[in-house]
Design a protein. Structure first.
Length: 135
């Protein structure tokens, strides 16, 4: 049985695969741009609607970049038997929603979505091994 753990945030996804006791570890980098929004401090007048248009462009672009990022991860994990998704922030939940919406074969293999802190590579591997109770 092939067990897979995906630690995911907006910058990268670390994928741990355990197949018959053999572990493999890989990383997929996202190409999501980090957009900076203008702050209101120090400005006498707020720009108003122009900022909203810019923000919606950025959000739309980020949505497409996230979709591509998730697609790259799915390509790497599509042959798993059991999947756990974990990581900080909300990217793990977004990934789960994407699986629910567009990847029926994988969504039934998701065992859990867990919020965790940032981890080292060794901690990620140990966490997945412990989650599936593999030694």
């Amino acid at each position: 049985m092939k067990h897979t753990g995906v630690w995911i945030d907006k910058d990268k996804a670390h994928i741990v695969k355990i197949d018959n006791g053999k572990e493999s570890f890989s990383t997929i980098q996202s190409e999501i741009e980090h957009f900076k929004t203008k702050g209101g401090s120090g400005q006498r007048f707020k720009s108003g609607p122009q900022d909203v248009i810019k923000d919606s462009k950025y959000l739309e672009r980020e949505k497409h970049q996230l979709k591509q990022y998730f697609q790259n991860i799915v390509e790497d994990i599509k042959d798993t038997d059991a999947l756990v998704i974990f990581g900080p922030a909300g990217t793990n939940e977004k990934f789960k929603k994407e699986l629910d919406k567009n990847y029926n074969a994988l969504k039934i293999k998701v065992k859990d979505v867990v919020k965790t802190d940032s981890m080292t590579n060794n901690q990620i591997i140990a966490w997945v091994r412990d989650y599936f109770k593999l030694n």
